[in-house]
Design a protein around this ligand. Structure first.
Ligand code: NAD
Ligand code: MG
Length: 396
């Protein structure tokens, strides 16, 4: 029997973080929680610490740390509390850690995720924004450190499962013609176009198949999520953007497919529950129970497919252009999108303005090489500034 695997969960209080702890809880003889991080939901983080008894917890500020420490004392819990970015990077790279679940949402996850990669950990990547922002640097760090990078995004986990073990030789070398990335089409797939300007954040967050955090829910509604995933797939599998085709599949049962030159198309199917890709990556190359119900094909009865409608979903086109432009463009796309989604959730802009704002920011910012993390963050900051200016002009 091998020793217990020590796991750090970055973003433990989120949708992916909680699903990860659910899977870990089913295999307490194999996995031990080493550290958890939270951001604003401190009560929930406290409850998770009491339940899982991690060595460390990481929170954003000194005030949050004081509050969490007081709660931990009350519960007689000896978890040590760390603060700020340094705390996140410390729990991501500590020598005792075997596995890091990277499930912070957005650009805030980049530094700790990269710290885990640089420390050569087994990294379970949910935080797609980190890879989108810094793809070349990130994948270089994986190669140099020997980290094992496993995709959690259901589509990328599906592709990973459909590829042969030696796919790193190159997709062409292993006979792959195309990657088929499935998309549900989100809650607005059939909404009359004229009504899109009136949709509310609650409607955008009511995904037909998946229960997720608010940011990725809005991204799914605009299909920017699929755009980010296209870029994510290019980096993970060393594919040109032209080799990745988006297929709308409203049931979210096929999580993606790989099309081979001999005409074979391999797909991975399953109920839409993130515990499947989480369990797959956690135990890889073995299989463990995830708690997900078996797929009932008779109940599903049919699977539908359609081409994406780029008039309805301009974000998909904009993201593909950013993927093709490369260099700083994906980081700019991601930052502008983060600002736009936050503005939409706050009721400052209408749904279709998410795309207009991102496109305007991309048009205004020249594409430059991003050979260092500083260059990535400077592109990110500049995009946020331009997006902020767009918003203040818009508010007037
Ligand atoms: P969520 O909003 O439910 O949780 C986000 C987590 O990040 C929380 O623990 C929060 O405390 C933490 N966080 C937020 N802002 C932070 C900051 N500034 N600094 C440090 N921590 C911060 O989001 P989610 O749905 O769990 O998604 C997490 C990541 O996983 C995203 O990148 C998302 O795209 C990806 N993902 C999610 C799903 C899903 O089904 N939920 C599927 C595929 C990929
Ligand atoms: Mg996905």
């Amino acid at each position: 029997m091998s020793r217990m695997q020590q796991v750090t969960v970055l973003g433990a209080t989120g949708s992916i973080g909680l699903s990860t702890l659910d899977v870990i809880g089913r295999h307490a003889e194999q996995y031990q929680v080493f550290a958890l991080s939270g951001f604003s939901r401190l009560e929930q983080l406290l409850a998770l610490c009491v339940r899982h008894r991690p060595r460390f917890a990481a929170v954003p500020t000194a005030a949050a740390a004081a509050q969490l420490r007081a709660g931990l004392r009350e519960h007689g819990c000896s978890t040590e509390v760390l603060e700020g970015e340094a705390g996140l990077s410390a729990i991501a790279s500590a020598a005792e850690v075997d596995v890091v679940m990277a499930a912070i949402v957005g650009a805030a996850g980049l530094k700790p995720t990269l710290a885990a990669v640089e420390a050569g950990k087994k990294v379970l990547l949910a935080n797609k924004e980190a890879l989108v922002m810094s793809g070349a640097l990130f994948m270089d760090a994986v190669r140099h450190s020997g980290a094992v990078l496993l995709p959690i995004d259901s589509e990328h986990n599906a592709i990973f499962q459909c590829l042969p073990g030696d796919y790193a030789r190159g997709l062409e070398a292993v006979g792959v013609r195309r990657i088929l990335l499935t998309a549900s089409g989100g809650p607005f797939r059939q909404t009359p176009l004229a009504q899109l300007a009136e949709v509310t954040p609650e409607q955008a967050c009511a995904h037909p198949n998946w229960s997720m955090g608010r940011k990725i829910s809005v991204d799914s509604a605009s299909m920017m999520n699929k755009g980010l995933e296209l870029i994510e797939a290019c980096w993970l599998f060393d594919a040109a953007p032209s080799k990745v085709e988006v297929v709308v599949h409203p049931q979210s049962v096929i999580h993606s497919l790989v099309d081979y030159v001999d005409g074979s198309v391999l797909a991975q199917l399953g109920n839409p529950d993130m515990r499947t890709p989480i369990a797959n990556a956690l135990a890889w190359p073995r299989r463990i129970d995830s708690g997900v119900a078996p797929l009932d094909l008779f109940a599903i009865a049919r699977l539908d497919f359609e081409a994406p409608d780029e008039q309805r979903f301009p974000c998909l086109r904009i993201a593909r252009q950013a993927a093709e432009a490369g260099d700083s463009a994906p980081a700019v796309l991601n930052a502008a999108n983060e600002v736009a989604v936050e503005a939409f959730l706050a009721g400052r802009i209408r749904f279709p303005e998410i795309a207009s704002m991102i496109e305007r920011v991309l048009d205004q910012q020249p594409v430059v090489p991003v050979a260092s993390l500083d260059a990535v963050f400077s592109a990110d900051q500049r995009a946020r500034q331009l997006a902020g200016e767009w918003l203040s002009r818009h508010d007037r």
